[in-house]
Design a protein around this ligand. Sequence first.
Ligand SMILES: *[C@@H]1O[C@H](CO)[C@@H](O)[C@H](O)[C@H]1NC(C)=O
Ligand SMILES: *[C@@H]1O[C@H](CO)[C@@H](O)[C@H](O)[C@H]1NC(C)=O
Length: 840
Amino acid sequence: MLVYRPSGPRAWRLLLMILFVAAWKAGSGQVHYSVPEEAKHGTFVGRIAQDLGLELAELVPRLFRVASKGQGDLLEVNLQNGILFVNSRIDREELCGRSAECSIHLEVIVDRPLQVFHVEVEVKDINDNPPVFSVSVQKLSIPESRLLDSRFPLEGASDADVGENAVLTYRLSPNEFFILDIINKKDKGKFPVLVLGKMLDREENPQLQLLLTATDGGKPEYTGSVTLLILVLDANDNAPMCDRSVYEVKMYENSANQTLVIWLNASDADEGINKEMIYSFSALVPSSIRWKFLMNEKTGEIRVNDAIDFEESTTYEIHVDVTDKGNPPMVGHCTVVVEILDENDNSPEVVITSLALPVQEDAQVGTVIALIRVSDHDSGANGQVACSLTPHVPFKLVSTFKNYYSLVVDSALDRESVSDYTLVVTARDGGSPSLWATASVSVEVADVNDNAPAFAQPEYTVFVRENNPPGCHIFTVSARDADARENARVSYSLVERRVGERALSSYVSVHAESGKVYALQPLDHEELELLQFQVSARDAGVPPLGSNVTLQVFVLDENDNAPALLPLPGAGGGAGAVSELVWRSVGAGHVVAKVRAVDADSGYNAWLSYELQPAAGGARSPFRVALYTGEISTTRSLDEADSPRQRLLVLVKDHGEPALTATATVLLSLVESGQAPKASSRALAGAAGAEAALVDVNVYLIVAICAVSSLLVLTLLLYTALRCSAPPTGGACAPGKPTLVCSSAVGSWSYSQQRRQRVCSGEGAPKTDLMAFSPSVPPGSSSGDSGEQRDIFRNDCTLLTIQAQGVALYLVEIVLSWVGLIGQERLVQKKRLHHAERYC
Ligand SMILES: *[C@@H]1O[C@H](CO)[C@@H](O)[C@H](O)[C@H]1NC(C)=O
Ligand SMILES: *[C@@H]1O[C@H](CO)[C@@H](O)[C@H](O)[C@H]1NC(C)=O
């Protein structure tokens, strides 16, 4: 290889000369090659020897050599085959920089003759350099508030290649905000510019990372890229926001102060001072709500600040403003709806609105007497009120409308049983626990004349002694009327009727107010034994009501009639004087005459006894008088010593107290046997006839009495047995339902009439004595108020039995006395035991 290297002035002269020759030669034909840069060692460039017209053989001898100006040995010639080839790496960019043309100038020199050839080897660019950015990351800060189409120039890339290989195109990674614009600057290539295609939002994308890629035009192409880091700067473009626009909060009323209602957590998407928030009540919030609630402006807590009352308001609507501290500030709004829940904090109220009182006792069932209104300020179950009334009253509540009730009569009223009621109306709400209230109504029951005056007994028996003074108070009737005032004012009157010829009112009168019954004139037992009449009681109601009571006034006998002597049948001498003839031959015990007398009274007062008055001379009379029959019989045989004319005084005495007497004079003429005066025998026969009739009567009487007595005993025994076997039910002889026992009026034989009489055991010490009475003697009567008959008796079976026995014994005694077996004295003693009650 030959390399010409000019050196020194000589060399330069030579070089100039060569240049001259070469220029000449070149003018005749210059060889031109091209080779791509970066070609491998040995890459064929051109057949340089041939092209220069040189023989291969002469190359070496002619010292073929190639010189390049300052460019070393990039190219070499193979002297064997005259081929120019690449010797070492050719870098166009190193060789020529950025100039568009780049060639290697070769000077080919051969000697003998010296010839210089110029060969141009053009180095063709290949794309061996990528576009390069000066930094790997480009940072940009862009406020989010930048407007659309804002432009942000970027630093472009550079490419060492030339021509097409250095023509750059830019690409931006896909993104929604920026588009790429390219600015072509003369001589300075293209510059990329970012253009804002969509508004930035820091809150959404606080930073963006884009990739800008530059691509050259080579084949194959090279790319270079840079990361664009875009920081989005904050602007106060976000208002504070609550997470909901309306919060619904439920809260019980009566919540304590400082109770948390809600803790608002507003948020602001901005940064820094732009997100610092202040909570406040909106201007819309009325002051009433501002008082009730307290707003913490920093934390957003809303707390109770005053009494919360459901009944005042059930909801509160609180509008809240949240303001940030940006410039200008932004405001967010939200609303808190506080729903107040009811608590059972109100008692029901009961109002009794109208009263129709007092209520008449005859008010119909269903009559409204009061209207009741209940109310409760609470709501729901807490405000639902149920009303109830005191139990067991004849009233009830009827619901007329929601919360309205009528108090009505539910069953018949009776002022006489209950004259007033205190009703308690209880209203209870449905809360838990429930609250209640009561109201009481006093219901007075007004009287209606629905009760007639009532007597304790339907019938009263009154005993009045005869010969009472006129105007004597004999009894007091009294009727009670259960009604009130006028309706209970009782007045009495006599139920007029006729008693025989006369009006009842001529016998008795009744004091209208006091009910006192007066006998207007003296009563006469012998004329009227029983006065039966009715007294009527009427109240002063309208219309009046009345009732009657029957009074049985028994006129008790008094001994006001002296015995009256009856004339003997067929005998002369008239009343009070009897003359009889007596045979001297009659033996002892012969009945010679009989004194007959009657007494208008009754009972003991009519029971006569006969006594012989002692003779004036004191001589013993041969006659005696039977105490009860009045029969005069002989005590011994008559003898001559007896005076032929005997005058006997017979004292006829009744058993009244005091006793009344009559004296009968009996004249007896003693006649000898054989003398049979017609008159006397007729008289005697008449006397005997009368005697027989009397005996007959007595026998009938005895039979009758025995029959009646045994009937009575039987009845008594039966009654006693029944009473004793049956359990006692209250007083057997209690007033109002006395037990009546029939008894014959055996105490007096003047009484042929049977009377009903009460036989009961008396109060107090048991009497073992007889208890069967004549009607003239009130049984067991205690000294009552002027003749008022009290027959309050106690049931005592034992006593009754004893008394029944006593009665039986007494009856037997009477019967026996009739047949003369028992002395008459005991009867007298018995009779003394009975004292008639004194009336008037
Ligand atoms: C606000 O935040 C507090 C604390 O984290 C929480 O207790 C409260 O419930 C939040 N408020 C709302 C309305 O979410
Ligand atoms: C009372 O007796 C009178 C007369 O007998 C009669 O008119 C009247 O109806 C009676 N009164 C009563 C309540 O029975």
